[in-house]
Write a protein that binds this ligand. Structure first.
Ligand code: MLT
Length: 260
């Protein structure tokens, strides 16, 4: 797995497939491995660049609060290092927050926006308090309880047991430091409304019909904000559409990045 150094911090990424670049951001609390079907068989015509956000997978952690902007800044450093002027930019859930943050930081780098099982809305006060409590719990007891709490809500009940088992293993493999920092970073994120309503490029929004974490209503809010965007609601998928319906997911991504 290749890496670059950002201010002395190793930042790892997967680089698979050939074609138009798609910078794809994983959700919480995962790593680039959260896109395993896509990494094994990239969507046709796409060069997939999938980083491990700071503090996840093999990438070193940064500050105590990993803001969405800091993660987006790391990804911009990757594009610079690879000499890629602009790319399709997408993300699942927390990865979508990072994609929106990147669009805020530098819209000139975004050829198209792919928002997967995510939302533009920030946390309310109760949500922020829950994130802080989760961060403290993870710091004191590790990621096990967080993973146990999330697992039943992540995927549709029809998901294959081996997919569910790999998802659980992946969550449990993440570092407490990285997970706590990202939890605090998500709590501090701002409303994406202004940036999405200004964004004028292509935009595809994908959501699992059975997503209970960022349900279709939240996807519809984003669709109304982005002029000309398309929304695809995938049957038989919960919050991890790319893992639950990989063939359909890949076909949508291939079509979107080909401009069809
Ligand atoms: C994720 O899947 O990345 C998280 O559930 C997002 C969130 O907690 O807001």
């Amino acid at each position: 797995m290749p890496s670059i150094s950002i201010s002395g911090r190793p930042y790892f990424y997967e680089d698979r497939g050939e074609g138009v670049p798609l910078l794809l951001f994983h959700g919480f609390p995962f790593s680039s491995e959260g896109f395993w079907p896509q990494l094994e068989s990239p969507p046709r015509g796409v060069r997939l660049l999938v980083p491990d956000h700071r503090g996840f997978g093999r990438s070193a952690p940064g500050e105590e609060v990993a803001t969405m902007e800091a993660m987006a800044d790391d990804a911009l450093a990757l594009l610079d290092a690879l000499k890629i002027p602009s790319a399709f930019v997408g993300g699942l859930s927390m990865g979508g927050y990072v994609a929106i943050a990147l669009t805020r930081l530098d819209p000139s780098r975004v050829r198209g926006l792919l928002l997967i099982d995510t939302q533009s809305l920030p946390d309310d006060e109760a949500g922020r308090a829950r994130r802080e409590a989760a961060a403290q719990d993870v710091e004191q007891h590790g990621v096990g309880a967080l993973a146990d709490g999330m697992l039943p809500r992540l995927m549709a009940s029809t998901v294959a047991p081996e997919v569910k088992a790999r998802v659980e293993k992946l969550m449990r493999a993440q570092s407490a430091k990285g997970v706590a920092a990202a939890s605090r970073g998500m709590a501090s994120r701002t409303d994406g409304k202004d940036i999405l309503s200004r964004y004028a490029g292509p935009c595809l929004i994908i959501v699992g019909a059975e997503d209970v974490i960022t349900p279709a209503e939240k996807a519809k809010v984003m669709q109304e904000l982005v002029a000309g965007s398309s929304l695809e609601i995938i049957a038989g998928a919960g919050h991890l559409t790319n893992l639950e319906q990989p063939a359909q997911f890949n076909a949508l991504v291939a079509r979107f990045t080909a401009g069809r």
